[in-house]
Design a protein around this ligand. Sequence first.
Ligand code: S5P
Length: 260
Amino acid sequence: QKKKPQTYKERASTCTNPLVQQLYKIMNLKKSNLALSVDLQNSQQILQTVDKLGPHLCIVKTHVDIIEDFSPQFTTSLRDLAAKHNFLIFEDRKFGDIGKTVKSQYEGGIYKISSWADIVNAHPVPGDGVIKGLKEAATGTNKGCLLVAEMSSAGSLAKSDYTKGAIKMAEDHKDFVIGFICQSRLIDDYNFVHMTPGVKLSEGGDSLGQQYKTPEEAILKRGADVIIVGSGILATDDPVQAAIQYKEAGYKAYEESLKN
Ligand code: S5P
């Protein structure tokens, strides 16, 4: 039987993982389930955008490897903005290799992701060594990982038994896996945050396989906790207004979902 929907405040007090608690507290306080996918290639542009949109976001999601002028100062500045506006940082690195390789990719190289990102994600395809490897690099810190259990793109192979395997893997590693990147509700357990990308106010897609659904569809029909929006906000004349629109649409859908 389906559990009664909980408010963000209730989830913050019942969830066991401190990072998940922190996220629900932010969502409650800012009345926002909006994650901005800040897919820009210039550091200053990213920082300026995040500073303007920050008040409306619960999460800022980065693709650090598309930045053309990356420097460690960029991640320091991004962390300052996270403190200023109270959001979590999610580096969308989609780790997908054996444990020891992802461990070095997470903590090492130029980006040193484990030193600044609160959340990362991983493909479950290698087996749970991918989680164990990442976990080793995150020891003693308040970090979490999302498993990419389903994808928004056309023809995705992440479905049926693969998705079920991802759920099992998450349940086996509850201390570090804090949820899923997904397109539907996978577990009736708020300890696993369901984040859904491929969201736009009008449905459709792009020329490279992306498939969009509205915030209402993502939250009410598919059971998303957090909506991830990139071009729906960034490719507009007024990203601040667009972010407010997505925030309000997402929050309204959440309020509606509580009535179920
Ligand atoms: O299934 C997925 C998983 C992710 S994380 N589909 C996605 O689109 N993403 C990411 O979400 C993608 O890498 C991009 O950064 C963002 C969607 O951007 P948009 O511009 O299409 O909203």
